[in-house]
Design a protein around this ligand. Structure first.
Ligand code: GZL
Length: 318
């Protein structure tokens, strides 16, 4: 009897076209549930714009977008909601590396593939996510330090504004920078603290650095441009000239960084592209066609020193 019921249920599913974890297949639309970290920086705002505008440009994509306001519990809630709604694909930028394993198991058990964008997760079972697309943050940290070395800043006291504690970019950008420092013993990090990737965080922490170390600071390494821009304000209020008295290198290459470089207040920004929308929906469409995806899709990026800022700012897309 049980077998008959099972066969009948499968027949109903086949006829209605509803697959495990998927929307009605016959409307042709791919429903993507996206959990975004928040709007903490210009980079994040540009990343959201890229995802939302690309979804709007694709008639076959239905985007369900949730802003977590930088809270992991909100990301977990959003992913659970996407599972309950039976979306076809879940994608998210994890605010921190750990703490997502359980909800990713739930997505897997519901038969919904998960795409990681921008940041990675630290889970035992890497089959819980299909692909991770985004920058190589360790390389970004190396590039920031290598620019200092290339300019001869190798015997310097450095203060470091770290990104969100526990986040992949904060962990990896520190790792890459310190890898280069190992070969340059004259480079010393005398103070390091998180500014949480925000302008206000960068300003507050830089004020504390200046109070403690003021004229002893030669270089600021900021894990993103927004914190560097906040720190520039603190440096000016302290009475020093950012970009001259304190050399500043940061990461993202958002428009504000180019504007600061043109003003001579920032010395170099390492690119980290937020424009992941097209790659995300290409991947979602490929998944729905049953195509294999590479486990890692790395975005290609550059380094922009102050001397090129005025020439390239008008061509920047974020
Ligand atoms: C990097 C991204 C970081 C940016 C910050 O890919 O996760 O988060 O560097 C943003 O500006 O807040």
């Amino acid at each position: 009897m049980k077998k008959v019921v099972m066969l009948l249920c499968m027949a109903v599913l086949l006829v209605s076209g509803i697959s495990a974890g998927g929307q009605q297949e016959d409307d042709g639309k791919i429903t993507v549930g996206f959990s975004q970290i928040g709007a903490e920086s210009a980079w994040r705002v540009a990343n959201t714009e890229s995802i939302q505008s690309e979804a709007a440009a694709r008639p076959n994509i239905e985007l369900k977008f949730a802003d977590a306001q930088q809270k992991q519990e909100n990301q977990i809630k959003a992913i659970r909601s996407f599972i309950a709604q039976g979306v076809d694909v879940i994608a998210f930028s994890p605010v921190v590396e750990t703490g997502f394993e359980a909800v990713l198991v739930e997505a897997s058990e519901a038969g919904i593939p998960v795409i990681l964008t921008d940041r990675a997760v630290d889970v035992q079972d890497e089959s819980l996510w299909v692909t991770f697309m985004g920058s190589d943050f360790v390389e970004e940290g190396r590039r920031a330090a290598n620019w200092l070395v290339s300019e001869g800043y190798t015997d310097v006291n450095i203060v470091e504004l770290q990104g969100t504690v526990g986040s992949a970019p904060a962990i990896d950008r520190k790792t890459g920078f310190e890898e280069v420092m190992k070969a340059n013993p004259g480079m010393k990090i005398i103070k390091t603290q998180s500014g949480d990737f925000t302008r206000s965080g960068g300003k507050e922490v830089m004020e504390a650095f200046l109070k403690a170390e003021g004229d002893n600071i030669d270089v600021l390494y900021a894990h993103n441009d927004d914190m560097a821009i906040g720190a520039i304000q603190a440096i000016e209020e302290y009475g020093l000239a950012p970009g001259k008295d304190i050399i500043i290198v940061s990461i993202d290459a958002v428009r504000g960084a180019f504007e600061a470089m043109i003003e001579g207040k920032l010395n170099c920004t390492v690119e980290c592209s937020p424009l992941l929308g097209p790659q995300l929906f290409d991947a979602a469409e490929a998944l729905m066609k049953g195509e294999e995806l590479p486990k890692r899709i790395v975005t290609n990026e550059g380094v922009f020193p102050q001397e090129v800022a005025a020439d390239v700012i008008d061509s920047r897309l974020y």
